[in-house]
Each structure stands twice: as structure tokens, then as C-alpha cells.
Write a protein that binds this ligand. Structure first.
Ligand code: ARG
Length: 321
């Protein structure tokens, strides 16, 4: 039987894979990402994982019925479109993630647009702090986009471009209280945060990354250094002991491997490079949770199978298969 490498982390007490279907698309301008989780689940990936790894696998939907795009809530509140819906759905994601992580389970959250990262990062941060006060959560953000806009800097007002800002405290709750559920104990520390795959960064995001000294490997860096060296440096930056959460946006991959997504950007990671990232994380023994986001079955439908297959491969490698 294959070995679930990540179970080695001391914080993972149970042989239990908690899959959270974050069927949320209100953070993105286009509808459809809320169908991403089912598309992945229906591919049969978990039956495979369960039988090969002997893991108990549970699957939970975050929203009973996905919120429909509602025109009149589409107006921006203090720079955020659909603030109420995204605040509420990410709060639910955070609670689900926290509940499982607190029990020592590996948490895999399927998106959904990337706003759900607000929920996964905050839920994990809180759980890790409680379980091991000396161990701080580290985050690897694999993405074509930096998703670190604040409501003030965002040109689109879409919250899937803001999760890193909300989860790190750079973005503040609105005066009406949206995202007011995020407390100090939920926040991640950007000193233990690394980007890989960036190639479409807004000007204000560039400034934030430089000003905060956030570790970032763009696609140019990946081409110059090679993915192996990039992973050596990323893991070195994080430190050998800290538990790791990886937030993998499918659009980090080149559109050849993943075009069923809302914001594909040319010249991305090859599938092999994506799998290398997962494999290295699994081998580190420190991976405790993962997101796979932004698969949108309504886009490039003829390429959906390829996109899902790419998603499956990066998940399987991360779990040690
Ligand atoms: N998760 C994503 N696909 N993010 C795309 C964000 C695009 C742009 N930077 C924005 O803030 O609107």
C-alpha cells in the first residue's frame, strides 16, 4: 500500500482525509466555479485515493444550494462586489476547515473561486495555533495571479482577487461588518508565505509584494532557475518544521493543461512542474492541507476533462500517490 507521506506531520493525528466542497462562485465575475468541486469528485478520484492509501475519506458541501448571481447585490460595497455573499460563504468554509484541522485530519478544499482561500487560510491558521502554539502555519500560493488586492486597490472589485489580503490582515472588514468574523487568531503571517507561478500581477499588487518583502517566484524565475531549485528555495524559506498549507489555483498551470478556468494566462507551469511542486510538498512531510481552486466547468467545456485530469494529478501527488 502506498504511504500517505503527509500523515507524517505530527499534527496529523488521524488517517482521515476531509474533503470540503467549497461550491462558491460569488467571488468571481463569471458563474460556474461552484460546479468545480462536483466535477472533480465525480471523476472518481477519491475512490482511488481511499483504496490505494487506506484513508477514511469524507466529503462535505459548504453551501446547501449555491448562491445564484444576484444582480442587485452585484453592486460594490466599499470596493467589493457581492461582499455579503462572499463574507458569509468564506466564514462557512473557515468553520468547516477549522473543525477538521482541529481533529488532526488532512483537509482538502475544492473550489470554487479563489475567494474561498479566505476561509481555508483562516480556518487552518486558527487550528494550527491551537494545536501547537510553537508551530506557525506556512502557505504556498501557486497561482498566475497574486490575489493580494485590497478593496481599495482592486480594479475589478472581485473578491477572488483579494484572499491573501484578507487572510493576512492587509484588508480590513467593511464598515458594515463584512468579513468582521476574521479575528487575530485567524491571520496568516506573510513572512512564511511563498508565491510560485505568478505572471499576471496588478500594479498595486507589485507594490504590496515589494513593500512587504513577500517571497515570490514568478514564471520568469521558474524558467531561469528551474522548478526544482524554486522548490528548494521555497521550502528553505518556510523552514523545515512548520506545517504547510498549499493553495493551488488551476490557472497556475499553462492553459494547455487547464483551460476550463475563468482567468487563464499563457506561459504557465507545465503539468509536470505542477506535479513536482505537489510531490516535494508531500515528501517534506509537513503538508497538512490543500486547496484546488478555479476549475470552472462552464468554460472551455471541450477541455474540461483535461483540466480535471490536471487537477487530479496535482492532488494525488500531494497526497503521496
Ligand atoms: N483568483 C483569480 N483568478 N484571480 C484573478 C484576479 C484578477 C485581478 N488581479 C483582480 O484582482 O481582479
Amino acid at each position: 500500500m502506498a504511504h500517505l507521506a503527509s500523515v507524517r506531520h505530527k499534527l496529523l493525528a488521524e488517517s482521515h482525509l476531509a474533503v470540503i466542497a467549497a461550491n462558491v462562485s460569488c467571488g468571481a465575475p463569471r458563474d460556474g466555479a461552484h460546479k468545480g468541486p462536483r466535477a472533480i469528485i465525480d471523476s472518481g478520484i477519491f475512490a482511488d485515493i481511499q483504496s490505494k492509501l487506506g484513508l477514511r475519506t469524507t466529503i462535505e458541501d459548504v453551501l446547501k444550494s449555491p448562491l445564484e448571481p444576484v444582480k442587485n447585490t452585484d453592486l460594490a460595497v466599499e470596493g467589493m462586489k457581492r461582499a455579503r455573499d462572499v463574507s458569509e460563504s468564506t466564514r462557512l468554509v473557515s468553520e468547516h476547515v477549522y473543525r477538521h484541522a482541529q481533529q488532526g485530519r488532512f483537509v482538502l478544499t475544492l473550489g470554487g473561486d479563489h475567494s474561498i482561500g479566505i476561509g481555508t487560510l483562516t480556518g487552518m491558521s486558527k487550528a494550527i495555533r491551537e494545536r501547537d502554539p510553537s508551530g506557525e502555519l506556512a502557505v504556498l500560493w501557486i497561482d498566475a495571479h497574486a490575489d493580494i488586492n485590497t478593496p481599495q486597490t482592486s480594479e475589478s472589485g472581485r473578491i477572488h482577487g483579494m484572499p491573501v489580503a484578507f487572510a493576512s490582515g492587509l484588508a480590513q472588514p467593511s464598515s458594515e461588518g463584512f468579513f468582521g468574523w476574521i479575528e487575530e487568531c485567524h491571520l496568516i503571517d506573510l513572512r512564511r508565505f511563498v508565491y510560485i507561478g505568478l505572471r499576471d500581477i496588478d500594479e498595486a499588487e507589485q507594490v504590496t509584494i515589494a513593500k512587504r518583502g513577500i517571497k515570490a517566484f514568478t514564471m520568469n524565475d521558474v524558467r531561469q532557475l528551474g522548478i526544482k531549485k524554486v522548490m528548494d528555495l521555497a521550502l528553505g524559506h518556510i523552514g523545515a518544521k512548520n506545517p504547510i498549507h498549499v493553495s493551488f489555483d488551476i490557472d497556475s498551470l499553462d492553459p494547455t493543461y487547464a483551460s476550463s478556468t475563468g482567468f487563464p494566462v499563457a506561459s504557465g507551469l507545465s503539468l509536470e512542474e505542477g506535479m513536482h511542486i505537489s510531490e516535494r510538498l508531500s515528501d517534506s512531510g509537513n503538508l497538512v492541507s490543500m486547496d484546488l481552486v478555479e476549475i470552472n466547468p462552464y468554460i472551455a467545456t471541450s477541455e474540461l476533462e483535461t483540466t480535471i485530469n490536471s487537477g487530479k494529478m496535482v492532488i494525488q501527488k500531494a497526497l503521496g500517490l
